[in-house]
Design a protein around this ligand. Structure first.
Ligand code: X8Z
Ligand code: ZN
Length: 617
């Protein structure tokens, strides 16, 4: 800290001297950057790591209190802590300019890259702009978190009988088969985001100004810069991966559309048109397992009804989380610290508003790890708790590393770990832990189980890609504010083959009805994760010595698989992700062939089923 302040003093006097010699304006950043550095690059990076660590807990504490206790006071504290964090980052990033071309070791260089590239947000220059950005960010997340759809319109939100939150509305989307009831729940939730459409537009303007202050054309360019490759190559990679898996999606879409047409009629679901978005069992049509019952290939065969099993066995949030923890410990990974159980928020509190969207936190960059999730005894929540524990085990694996290495090899790795474990939740595993006994196993049960998984994993792919296709264009200005909603639906139709259930206008802000838009969380990470998790699964099954089709493999209890996983996690972001991937699974590329191989039985079945259908839209 002392050194760091010393450099700041030096920097200011250098600027003063510069101006004495006749300039009338402040020096440009490149002029400032020409000033000689007083610390070595190694010393600088060490000081950055320390500054981050010194400020980390206070920042997280304010954010945690806000999202687990939404009110005006916690919003103020969260906003202030965001401002403080951005001011700190501005100082660090200004100092970092001095080291841009400085000689440094490979490790220091990687830390420097992690510090300056791939940032979700960059601090705007002025305190006023930072305050506004922080205020809008806090506001949008809060409105989303506390969002309720009340009938009759304008009804008092404190009168619970008139109002439903996202969980309740999502429940309707998953369970109701009444067309109009579905329209109502869908449009109800989508009306929430209208209130912050203008805020979002302003947020984009200010966030872009921050990105530009650090040489990025816009914030999207900063997001794309975090993948150890030039940004255009990264865009091409995402495109390449999408093209690999697109035929799977199209085949699934075709079959699901035909089944929905049987359910709702061809007037509602025309066979050559996009599917109405509210019929797919999910608020954003991003995962379709909610409508498994409508598309189950062989009704009743080998059904893995995890929801029913959790309910039957009275598993509460803690018990469900323990099942997930047990998977990780079966691999030889450590138990969760006691404080996890004391400080996590695993159920939705009855007496206050919270942001229910699940997240994993490491408060102090050490042992204070927590999950915030409104766990219910359902299959979806069961999978999500594994997803979140994946984040936690990643964080714990690298918590002895300097702050700038405490991250995923890339952000898709972080999102893929828990999901990789979920791929090991096979009938054999469920039997081993006593959750579901004696599931029949035959060709038909395999197709059923693959269908259920595909409704989660394959259906997700286009959504995982398009979220940031939209944002990259919003940030770059290619999508203008007056076209936000139109462009959103063009992408939704192009990639997902879906259409809104009712006419939309530019009063609506349908992108904003998704958490990650309101909370400014990049999304391409999930697309990548859906590719990577199948590559990881394959490699871990190899390590476990499994021979046979991948969909039958569970790495449960395999210490060999656990060792491989732990090694990959412990590397954190200390090396380019390509190196980490190569060490872990022997290739430097993300590759869709693992997911394609995995779903080979289902794909074959779909091709037969779709014969004679005009697929596509
Ligand atoms: O946001 C999440 C996690 C937290 S990182 C619950 N996911 C995405 C989503 O819900 O939209 C996991 C899958 C995709
Ligand atoms: Zn996640």
């Amino acid at each position: 800290m002392k050194n760091y302040m010393g450099l700041r003093g030096f920097l200011y006097s250098a600027i003063a001297l510069f101006c004495l010699s006749g300039c009338s304006k402040a020096p440009s950043t490149s002029e400032v950057a020409a000033a000689p550095a007083v610390k070595s690059a190694d010393e600088f990076i060490a000081s950055v790591n320390k500054t981050y660590l010194d400020n980390y807990y206070e920042y997280n504490a304010a954010q945690w209190v806000y999202v687990t206790y939404l009110n005006d006071d916690s919003a103020l504290l969260a906003t202030k802590s965001n401002e403080k964090w951005m001011a700190m980052e501005k100082e660090l990033l200004a100092e970092a300019r001095h080291y841009k071309d400085a000689p440094m070791s490979a490790a220091t260089k990687k830390a420097y890259i992690n510090m300056t590239q791939g940032k979700t947000l960059l601090p705007p220059d002025t305190p006023e702009a930072r305050a506004e950005l922080a205020r809008i960010g806090t506001h949008m997340e809060g409105v989303y978190g506390a969002g309720k759809y009340c009938k009759p319109e304008g009804a008092n939100t404190s009168d619970e009988k008139n109002c439903r939150d996202l969980n309740q509305l999502s429940d309707v989307l998953a369970k109701s088969r009444d067309y109009n009831e579905l329209v109502d729940a869908w449009t109800g939730w989508h009306s929430i985001a209208r209130a912050y459409r203008n805020d979002y537009q302003r947020y984009v303007e200010i966030a872009n100004s921050g990105a530009r202050a650090y040489g990025f054309g816009d914030l999207g360019a900063s997001w794309k810069s975090g993948y150890d490759m030039p940004t255009n190559e990264f865009e091409n990679e995402v495109e390449r991966l999408w093209q690999q898996v697109e035929p799977l999606y199209k085949a699934l879409h075709c079959k699901v559309r035909a089944d929905l047409a049987k359910q709702y009629g061809e007037d509602k679901v025309p066979l050559n048109k996009p599917i109405p978005a509210h019929l797919l069992g999910n608020m954003w049509s991003q995962q379709w397992d909610g409508i498994y019952d409508l598309v189950e290939p062989y009704p009743g065969v080998g059904d893995l009804d995890i929801t029913a099993a959790l309910v039957k066995q009275n598993k509460d949030a803690i018990a469900i989380t323990k099942i997930a923890e047990n998977f990780f410990t079966s691999l030889g990974l450590r138990a969760l610290p006691d404080s996890f159980w004391k400080k996590s928020m695993l159920t939705k509190p009855r007496d206050r508003e919270v942001v229910c969207h699940a997240s994993a936190w490491t408060m102090d960059a050490k042992e204070d790890v927590r999950i915030k999730q409104c766990v219910e005894p359902t299959e979806t929540e069961f999978e999500t708790i594994h997803h979140e524990l994946g984040h936690i085990y990643y964080d714990l694996a690298y918590n002895d590393k300097p702050m700038l290495f405490q991250n995923g090899a890339n952000d898709g790795f972080h999102e893929a770990i828990g999901d990789t474990i979920v791929l090991s939740i096979t009938p054999g595993y469920l039997n081993a832990i006593g959750l579901i006994e004696n599931v029949e196993a035959n060709e038909q049960s395999v197709i059923n189980q693959q269908m259920k998984l595909a409704l989660g994993k394959i259906a997700f792919l286009p959504f995982g890609k398009l979220m940031d296709q939209w944002r990259w264009k919003v940030f770059s200005g290619e999508i203008k504010p007056e076209d936000y909603n139109k462009a959103w639906w063009e992408l939704r139709t192009q990639y997902q083959g879906i259409t809104p259930p009712v006419e939309r206008t530019e009063q609506d802000f349908d992108a904003g009805a998704k958490y990650h838009i309101a909370a400014n969380v990049p999304y391409t990470r999930y697309f990548i994760a859906h590719i990577l998790q199948f590559q990881f699964h394959k490699a871990l099954c190899d390590a476990a010595g499994f021979k046979g089709p991948l969909h039958e493999c569970s790495i449960y209890n395999s210490k060999e698989a656990g060792k491989k996983l732990q090694t990959m996690l412990a590397a954190g972001a200390s090396k380019p992700w390509q190196d980490v991937l190569e060490e872990a699974i022997g290739t430097r590329q993300m590759d869709g062939s693992a997911i394609i191989d995995y779903f080979a039985p289902l794909m074959q079945w779909l091709e037969k089923e779709n014969q004679g259908q005009a697929c596509g839209w």
